[in-house]
Design a protein around this ligand. Structure first.
Ligand code: FUL
Length: 449
C-alpha cells in the first residue's frame, strides 16, 4: 500500500498483484489509442449538423430529385453554430457536406447538384468553407460527413465509376479546406438506378483520408478509428471496451447476428483500439422540421445522455440541425447553453480534492478531510496505457463496514455514476476484476448544485 495526498487527479498506478498477471505472450500486447484517438477521447463532445435540401423539404431522406432552387438559408451564420457549440463545451462540429440526396453543400467540381445551382449567396456560397472558417475563429475542430449513398449522382450503382466520383469529392473536401479532424461515414447503401448495387471501396476511402488528413479520425460502423455505438439513442453498452475484434464488423453497413452487440460492447480481447461514438439528435429527426420545435430534449435529458455516452466510455455526437434560416433555432441554442452550464456547475468542485488516498492492487481508498455529500462519482483510467478494468464498485464507509453505492463493469476513458445523494468521509473504489494492473488516473466526487 502507498499513501499520499491525493489532489483529485493524480493517483499513482495501482500495484500489480498476481491476480492481474497475464500470460507472458499477452504482455505489452494490449492495444492503446493513437494520438488522434486520445485527443478525440479528451474532446468528449461533438456537435452534428444535419443540413441540406431536406431542411427545406421537411424530409429525412431526400430522393435526389430536389431542385437546388429550394436551398436558400438567407440568414446562415456558421459563427452562431460555432459560438453556441463552444459556450456549451463542444469541441468539434461535424457537418453533412452531402447526405443521401446527393446535394453538395460545397461547390464540388464533380457535379452541379450543389450550392452553385442554388440562389443562396447567388450561387457563390460554400457552407463547408463557412463552417471551417467559423471553427477556426472559435478554436474548434471541423469534421465532415460525406454520405457514400448518393441518390442523385447518375454513376451511383456503376461501382468503379461512382467510386472514382466519390473519391474525387472526398479529395476536394480533404484538400480545399485545411485541417478536417473527423471524417464521418455511414454504411447506407441503397439501390442505384435500374436496381444496381454499388460496392463501396472502403480500403481506398480509408487510404485517401490517411494520405490527405493524417490527423483525422474516421468514424463508421467499422471504424477504422472510431466505431458506431450500435444505436441512435445515445446509449453505450455496459461493458463498453474501446478494443474490438475488427472481424466482428467487417465493413460499414454490415449487418447480421452479433453486430450490434459487438458495437455496443467492444471486446476485451480485441486487437484494435476503436472506441465508440454515440450519435443522437436533440430532436426526433436528424434534419430540422418546424413541427418538432416543441420536442427539443430537456437539459435533464441531455445530462442523462452525457452519462450514458461520455460517462460510459463513449464520445457524444449530439445533432442540432440548423433551420431554414441557416441558424440553430432559439430553443435548441438555449438548451445547449443550459446543458453546458449544468455540466460546468456539476463538475466545478471535486469533493475528493485534498483527500488522503491509499492505492493498492484492489483499488483506491479516500479519506476525505471532512464528511462530504455527493451524488456523482467520476472514475478514469489512464488509457494511454490501454483499458483494463472489467468490474468495479464504489463503496462508502458505514460504521464498521462498507456499503456499495455503485457497481459497474468497464471504466475506460471515463465512467460517471450518478448515485442517490450520500454523505461519507471514507469512500473507496474496488477493482473486482481487471485484465492487467489498472491505472486509475481519477476518482472524483461531485454534488449536483
Ligand atoms: C444514418 C442516415 O441514414 C441518417 O439519415 C442520419 O444521417 C444518421 C446520422 O445516419 O445512416
Amino acid at each position: 500500500m502507498k499513501r499520499r495526498t491525493f489532489l483529485g487527479s493524480t493517483i499513482p498506478p495501482l500495484i500489480a498483484l498476481s491476480r492481474y498477471s497475464r500470460p507472458a505472450r499477452f504482455r505489452h500486447a494490449r492495444p492503446v489509442p493513437s494520438r488522434s484517438q486520445l485527443n478525440w477521447h479528451r474532446d468528449e463532445l461533438a456537435l452534428f449538423l444535419h443540413f441540406g435540401v431536406n431542411t427545406f423539404t421537411d424530409r429525412e431522406w431526400g430522393d435526389g430529385k430536389e431542385d437546388p432552387a429550394i436551398f436558400n438559408p438567407a440568414g446562415l451564420d456558421a459563427r452562431q453554430w460555432a459560438c453556441t457549440a463552444k459556450v456549451a463545451g463542444f469541441k468539434t462540429l461535424i457537418l453533412t457536406a452531402k447526405h443521401h440526396d446527393g446535394f453538395c453543400l460545397w461547390p464540388s467540381k464533380l457535379t452541379t447538384h450543389s450550392v452553385v445551382s442554388s440562389p443562396w449567396r447567388e450561387g457563390k456560397g460554400d457552407v463547408v468553407r463557412e463552417l471551417v472558417d467559423a471553427c477556426q475563429a472559435e478554436g474548434l475542430k471541423a469534421g465532415l460527413y460525406l454520405s457514400p449513398w448518393d441518390r442523385h449522382e447518375p454513376s451511383y450503382g456503376d461501382s468503379p465509376r461512382y467510386n472514382d466520383h466519390y473519391i474525387g469529392q472526398l479529395t476536394e473536401l480533404l484538400t480545399w479546406y485545411g485541417p478536417i479532424r473527423e471524417v464521418w461515414f455511414d454504411g447506407a447503401n441503397g439501390e442505384g438506378p435500374n436496381g444496381k448495387r454499388q460496392v463501396y471501396d472502403w480500403e481506398r476511402i480509408h487510404r485517401t483520408v490517411r494520405q490527405r488528413q493524417p490527423e483525422a479520425v474516421m468514424f463508421s460502423d467499422a471504424g477504422p478509428d472510431i466505431r458506431w455505438i450500435g444505436n441512435e439513442r445515445g446509449i453505450a453498452g455496459d461493458p463498453n471496451w474501446c478494443t474490438m475484434d475488427p472481424a466482428a464488423v467487417p465493413y460499414a453497413g454490415a449487418d447480421g447476428p452479433g453486430i450490434i452487440e459487438a458495437l455496443q460492447h467492444g471486446d476485451p480481447n480485441g486487437t484494435v483500439w476503436r472506441p465508440g461514438e454515440a450519435d443522437v439528435s436533440i430532436r426526433p429527426g436528424w434534419f430540422y422540421h418546424p413541427a418538432e420545435d416543441s420536442q427539443v430534449r430537456s437539459t435533464e435529458n441531455l445530462l442523462a445522455l452525457y452519462r450514458s455516452s461520455v460517462g460510459s466510455n463513449a464520445g457524444l455526437l449530439l445533432n442540432v440541425p440548423p433551420n431554414r434560416d441557416g441558424l440553430l433555432s432559439a430553443a435548441d441554442a438555449s438548451r445547449l447553453d443550459e446543458f453546458g452550464s449544468a455540466l460546468r456547475d456539476l463538475f466545478v468542485r471535486d469533493l475528493a480534492a485534498g483527500a488522503r488516498a491509499t492505492t493498492g492492487a484492489g483499488g483506491v481508498e479516500l479519506i476525505l478531510r471532512n464528511p462530504q455529500s455527493f451524488d456523482h462519482v467520476v472514475i478514469q483510467e489512464d488509457i494511454v496505457q490501454g483499458q483494463t478494468v472489467a468490474l468495479h464498485s464504489v463503496e462508502v464507509r458505514e460504521g464498521a463496514g462498507w456499503k456499495t453505492i455503485a457497481e459497474g463493469t468497464t471504466v475506460g476513458y471515463k465512467r460517471v455514476h450518478r448515485v442517490p445523494a450520500v454523505t461519507a468521509s471514507q469512500v473507496r473504489l474496488v477493482i473486482r476484476s481487471a485484465l492487467a494492473p489498472p491505472r486509475i488516473s481519477r476518482f472524483s466526487l461531485y454534488l449536483t448544485p
